[in-house]
Each structure stands twice: as C-alpha cells, then as structure tokens.
Design a protein around this ligand. Structure first.
Ligand SMILES: [Zn+2]
Length: 217
C-alpha cells in the first residue's frame, strides 16, 4: 500500500468521525471562525507534529511549520517573503493567542545543515541555489563552538546545544516584534521555548530563571 493510499484511507476514517452527529455543534461553529489560545512554531520534520504530541484537536493550535522552527528578526518589509512573520502577526493581533511556543527537537536536519556549513560564506544565487543555508543564517551564532568544545564533545551533544540555542535566538527575535512585546507587557501573552527529544519522547521547556531546559511533567 502506498503512502498516498494511506492518506486517503485515513481521510475516510476522519470524515466518518468528523461528520458524526456528536460533532454537529462544533462543525457549525468552526465553519465560520477559529479561537485557538496557543500558537506553536515547530519544525517541518515529520516526527514532531505538535498537535499529536500534545494530544490536541482541530481548532486548538495555530501552527507554523518551517525548517528548524525559526523566527526571523523583525524587519519592515524589504524584498523577501515573510511567511512566519505574517503568521505571528495574525496570531497576536487578530486571534489574540495567549501563548506562543517555539518547539525545537532532537536530530533536526536544519540544525545539522547549519553546523555543517557554519563559517562558510553564503553562495550567490545560481542554478543550484540553496535556500536552506541563508534561512539557517538567522540562527548562525547558535553553531558557534570553541575548538575545545568541538574536540571534547560528540556531534550529538553539540547538536542538542545548537538546537536549544537556536530556539532561544528565535524566542528573542519573537519578542522583538512590536505587537508581541506589547501583548507580553499587557499580560496578555506568554512565550515559551520547548525541545522535544524524539528518542525518549521527553518534552522540555526553557526555564529563564535557571537558564536551562527542564522536563515537562
Ligand atoms: Zn527540525
């Protein structure tokens, strides 16, 4: 059975459940609106779907998925596209979400690409232009390690540090958006950094007072 067939079979099951009488009130409400209290910015990685990890349902989480769950710095327009920034603006100014979570994860391919290309200049556009490297430049300093650190720690340990640092850079960029800052100061919004360990299934949250990630629950 192809993976495509699996999708269609899954959809048929979903449709049966979704169109059941017990969901009629929700469907009637949801066809015109949404009211999520939470936004999660997660990696595109297939193993770290935040709706599944948190056992949430439709309508619960306003979600952005991008390579390595990055938030770019606040910049007025320019000639680039701003998908993630637009989603943050919508979530904060229109949906008025109460929490924004940046969720990183172990074994992140984007972070590995950043570490592999760290220190190299970004190539000029050509026929084989890479979009990953300039995108990952947003968190370039996350891959900064001393020669001693590189010599004494294995690549997986360094990658974990890099993944968590990158989420904290994104968190810092997030609070640089004026409406995010205003909502936090007004007590309407809290921001968080999470890290999901795929091997163990452990979810950790950054504790700013202790400056470290701690297991949740
Ligand atoms: Zn990733």
């Amino acid at each position: 059975m192809s993976s495509y067939t699996n999708l269609i079979d899954g959809y048929k099951e979903f449709k049966n459940q979704y169109q059941g009488q017990e969901n009629a009130i929700w469907r009637n409400w949801a066809k015109d609106t949404q009211n999520p209290k939470v936004m999660i910015i997660a990696c595109s990685d297939s193993r770290v779907n935040p709706v599944i990890i948190t056992q949430s349902g439709l309508g619960d989480i306003f979600t952005v998925n991008n390579v390595a769950n990055l938030v770019p710095p606040y910049k007025k327009c320019g000639n680039t596209h701003h998908s993630t920034s637009a989603a943050i603006e919508f979530a904060v100014t229109q949906l008025k979400v109460e929490h924004i979570i940046i969720m990183g994860h172990s074994g992140c391919g984007g972070i590995r690409a950043l570490m592999a290309g760290h220190g190299e200049s970004t190539p000029e556009p050509d026929d084989h232009y890479s979009f990953i490297r300039p995108w990952m430049k947003i968190v370039d300093e996350a891959a900064e390690f001393t020669p001693e650190e590189k010599a004494t720690q294995d690549i997986d340990t360094l990658a974990t540090v890099c993944e968590r640092r990158a989420s904290l850079i994104s968190l810092n960029n997030l609070v640089g958006f004026p409406w995010v800052k205003e909502a936090i100061l007004a007590g309407m919004l809290e921001v968080h950094a999470w890290h999901f360990d795929i091997g163990s299934g452990t979810l950790l949250e950054y504790n700013p007072e202790k400056d470290k990630f701690e297991a949740l629950g």
